[in-house]
Design a protein around this ligand. Structure first.
Ligand SMILES: Cc1cc2nc3c(=O)[nH]c(=O)nc-3n(C[C@H](O)[C@H](O)[C@H](O)COP(=O)(O)OP(=O)(O)OC[C@H]3O[C@@H](n4cnc5c(N)ncnc54)[C@H](O)[C@@H]3O)c2cc1C
Length: 400
């Protein structure tokens, strides 16, 4: 995304809020805060959307969430994405395609059925589908399946386009965007409260900083004087991209094992099948999960396992050519919940981070919680489970 940088003399040296991070979470926060009338500066050290957001497939899922706070956040976000789609529509490639979860064995199907019962009670729309029903939805699926479940609320968005449009809207409402500028320090009053930030482009005075730096959140917390940091670690994931093909995969399709790998904290490689078509005709094949720090080396074993699983689900893909693969780092937290809220150790520092593999889906509700807290308006849902000082995070060090 390109934008005209302001001349240095025009740049704001004070702001009501500085949002650090030009990914999907920072963009959603900037959009809501600017709409609420706050003067906002967004600071991004690389290019806008140059972080994990560009690696995301753009799934906005309720289907992979267990009942609890993350599902509540996902349901709220799902409504917000739909409302955004009404306004931004095709420009962000928002596709209400729905998600199809498939089980290969009777045991897997029984577990999936049990999960759907709990999810339905928590407000998720889900329909059980037999093998014939699955083939009506996805004609190219293997016949060697036990059954599945269809989730009509699941959506897909093009995350880079979404960030571009959200930041454009924020800028129209008065926000200033500074790409290629790194925050190098968070200044504090003697009382400990935030006073401003230092950047590679000079200081900005502000009483409120939003830490939307994804896998950079631990480092940012340390810059703010939190010696123990924030327990957000990179969890690497790969995606394979096929050549553009006629539409072979209509929904987001994934195997029932996927939900298990999400919740696991395992550091070693885990692979599950997540397959979907895109508006451009390519098919995205995921996904892998491994905690190997910030190692950007492609893992061929992960790619081979992902391809094999995809072909097992969609045998037609055996003839598809892969044109590229890419990887990114999910911001993982030890209790699998994002960290959202003001840090009691540094008043004025708001975290909006730690969404692991669901940050695109969860960003709008995250921003709504942050904006409500900063503007002193009622939160859209209970923020307590996400607070930075929750017992399941306190005392958990970072080991990457
Ligand atoms: C392979 C893969 C597939 C995924 N698929 C999906 C999916 O389908 N659906 C979904 O919801 N999620 C998905 N995710 C997860 C999702 O991409 C992330 O949760 C989300 O992008 C995190 O967004 P963010 O804005 O928090 O972080 P980022 O997008 O990483 O943005 C943070 C930004 O902060 C900047 N920054 C850091 N430190 C500083 C500093 N000191 N000064 C200035 N700027 C700084 C960085 O440069 C970066 O651009 C996937 C992730 C991967 C890896």
């Amino acid at each position: 995304m390109t934008h005209q940088p302001r001349p240095a003399t025009d740049r704001r040296r004070t702001a009501e809020v500085v949002v650090i991070g030009g990914g999907i979470v920072g963009a959603c926060c900037a959009d809501l805060l600017a709409a609420a009338g706050r003067t906002v500066v967004v600071v991004e050290r690389g290019s806008l959307t140059g972080g994990t957001t560009a690696a995301g497939e753009g799934n906005i899922l309720v289907s992979d969430k267990l009942p609890g706070p993350e599902l509540e956040l996902a349901l709220d976000s799902n409504r917000r994405w739909r409302a955004m789609g009404d306004e931004l529509g095709a420009t962000i490639e928002l596709d209400p395609k729905g998600g199809l979860v498939v089980a290969a064995t009777d045991d897997g199907l029984a577990a999936l059925h049990a999960l759907t019962t709990r999810q339905r009670a928590a407000g998720v729309e889900v329909e059980l589908v037999d093998v014939a029903g699955m083939h009506a939805l996805e004609p190219h699926l293997t016949p060697r399946l036990a059954g599945g479940a269809f989730y009509p609320q699941d959506l897909q968005v093009q995350p880079v386009l979404a960030v571009a449009h959200l930041l454009r809207r924020a800028r129209a409402a008065g926000a200033e965007l500074r790409a290629g500028v790194e925050v190098t320090g968070v200044e504090r009053e003697p009382s400990g409260r935030v006073r401003g930030v230092t950047t590679t482009d000079g200081p900005i005075e502000t009483p409120v900083v939003v830490n939307a730096t994804g896998v950079g959140s631990d480092a940012l917390a340390r810059l703010a004087g939190i010696d123990e940091g924030l327990p957000v670690q990179p969890r690497r994931g790969h995606i394979l991209v096929t050549e553009p093909l006629p539409r072979l995969v209509h929904r987001k399709v994934y195997d029932a094992d996927y939900v298990g790998t999400l919740g696991s904290g395992q550091a070693d490689l885990e692979v599950s099948s997540v397959i979907e078509g895109t508006a451009g005709g390519t098919i995205l094949i995921g996904s892998s999960r491994e905690r190997v720090g910030f190692d950007r080396t492609t893992n061929p074993a992960a790619l081979a396992a992902m391809a094999a699983r995809a072909i097992a689900l969609f045998p037609v893909l055996v003839r598809a050519r892969v044109i590229r693969s890419y990887l990114g780092f999910r911001p993982w937290t030890p209790d699998h919940l994002p960290i959202i809220g003001e840090d009691p150790r540094v008043p004025g520092l708001w975290h909006a981070t730690g969404h692991e593999g669901a940050g695109i889906g969860l960003a709008p509700a995250t921003a709504a919680l942050v904006a409500a807290g900063i503007t002193g308006t009622p939160p859209p849902l209970d923020p307590t489970p996400f607070r930075p000082d929750r017992p399941t995070l306190v005392g958990v060090g970072t080991d990457s």
